[in-house]
Design a protein around this ligand. Structure first.
Ligand code: FAD
Length: 408
């Protein structure tokens, strides 16, 4: 599936916005929420979304950083499970770009960018906070290596074409490029849950899964991912929360407008106040998201090496995913019975999906502990922004065609 030729003249953000706002609602009106949305996934592939973070010389669409950021926002606004599926895949495109061998980049990135090979991520094991504590293991058996272990929750477990599984190999944390159709991989039953339906969520167990050590270990046999796993950017979760909050606010405003003529003066006053409160919270969320994006503009060296991201994107994630819960609750109050029981179930869906956002990525309590720890370790009088490790963007495009722009 290549890029949609009718959309090529528009930027990626416009294409994804148009798709999310015009196609997701009608799709959900006609299909059960818990069915895998293959037609929408195919449309996303045709729009070039799966290759958004892959540079053009590697077979992707090389969207601008701002356009990539809009993917999380628009899909969060439209339907969170799609944001989870795409967000996971785009993170894995970056992993392959940054850590893959020349051969792995050459083989994987083109099909990944076209949405022909969609990746899932089997990283987490319940209660494991540090890669060193993972119990999934790879070991050598002569010329092959074997993978054994169990991953508790894998988004898109049932439909992904490949899975990147994290495991310990000696003192290193390695990523194994797993083909789930091969022997040794068992996808468990669909996990019951209140939201994030449609895209699969299940356990994956690896039992003596055999693989070629150099070819199927990301970066080659022994390549250690530990450091890169300890500092990951949480901006996409903020984007998803802001998108959802904007959709909920719009829903509430529409509801209030439609009934305005029949409301008493008291009801109008109360509704105005509640809308004002919601709008203020959503405006702050949007401002935080834009501040995060503006802190690292592509091509702006001073900004891109500024002492900023990890903790800042953590604080933004905590604030925006928590505030989203307030916004959805307030919208439900404002809309009354018509918010709780309505044909399109929009508020209910945003509410149920929003419950997962403070947990996924990294639990908000864990992030808050880290932020608190940072405050405690900051010498009195020192600026909160000092002492941070600079986060730079890399452009590891060896193995791809030469002569196009850098990764953003
Ligand atoms: C919908 C969904 C999709 C997911 N998709 C994927 C996926 O695709 N791939 C994948 O690998 N994983 C996935 N996960 C797993 C997800 O990353 C973990 O659930 C998440 O990191 C939390 O880990 P845990 O559930 O083991 O929580 P636990 O570690 O058991 O923590 C539970 C709670 O204890 C408290 N807590 C624990 N440790 C600390 C601490 N150090 N400081 C403060 N409080 C603490 C927090 O309140 C925390 O929320 C998914 C999970 C969900 C719910």
């Amino acid at each position: 599936m290549g890029s949609d030729s009718s959309g090529l003249e528009r930027g990626g953000a416009d294409r994804i916005a148009q798709f999310a706002r015009q196609e997701i609602g009608p799709y959900l009106a006609d299909h059960p929420e818990d069915r895998y949305p293959l037609p929408l996934v195919q449309r996303l592939a045709a729009l070039g979304v799966f290759g958004a973070t892959v540079p053009t010389q590697c077979g992707g669409d090389g969207w601008s950083r701002q356009d990539v950021a809009r993917i999380g926002y628009e899909l969060g606004r439209g339907w969170q499970p799609l944001a989870g599926l795409v967000g996971t895949h785009l993170k894995l495109c970056r992993q392959v770009l940054e850590h893959g061998t020349v051969q792995q980049r050459a083989q994987l990135l083109g099909p990944m960018a076209r949405g022909e090979t969609v990746f899932a991520r089997a990283y987490h094991e319940q209660g494991v906070a540090h890669p060193a504590a993972l119990t999934t293991r790879v070991t050598r058996r002569g010329l092959v290596a074997v993978l054994n272990g169990r991953k508790s929750w894998v988004t898109n477990a049932r439909h992904a074409d490949r899975v990147l599984a994290l495991a310990r190999s000696g003192d290193a944390t390695v990523g194994v490029l797993v083909d789930p159709a091969r022997p040794g991989v068992t996808v468990g039953p669909e996990l019951p849950r209140p939201g994030l339906l449609g895209v699969s969520l299940a356990e994956i167990t690896f039992s003596d899964y055999e693989f070629e050590p150099d070819e199927a270990t990301l970066g080659g046999w022994g390549h250690d991912l530990t450091d890169s796993l300890l500092s990951h950017d949480l901006t996409s979760y903020t984007a998803r929360a802001v998108g959802s909050a904007d959709a909920v606010l719009d829903h509430a405003v529409r509801f209030v407008r439609e009934g305005w003529a029949h409301r008493s003066a008291d009801a109008r006053g109360a509704m105005r106040l509640r809308l004002g409160e919601m709008a203020t919270k959503v405006a702050v969320m949007r401002t935080i998201w834009h501040a995060l994006l503006d802190s690292r503009r592509p091509g702006d060296e001073a900004a891109s090496t500024a002492p900023h991201p990890p903790m800042t994107s953590a604080a933004a994630k905590v604030f925006c995913t928590s505030t989203l819960q307030d916004v959805v609750r307030e919208a439900a109050l404002l809309c009354g019975g018509a918010g709780y029981a309505a044909p399109e179930q929009a508020l209910g869906r945003h509410y149920r999906d929003a419950l997962a956002l403070p947990i996924i990525g990294s639990p908000n309590d864990v992030l808050l502990s880290g932020l608190g720890e940072r405050e405690l370790s900051r010498p009195a009088g020192e600026s909160p922004e000092s002492g941070h490790r600079a986060e730079t963007e890399t452009s590891p495009v060896a193995g791809c065609r030469a002569g196009a722009e850098t990764v953003r």
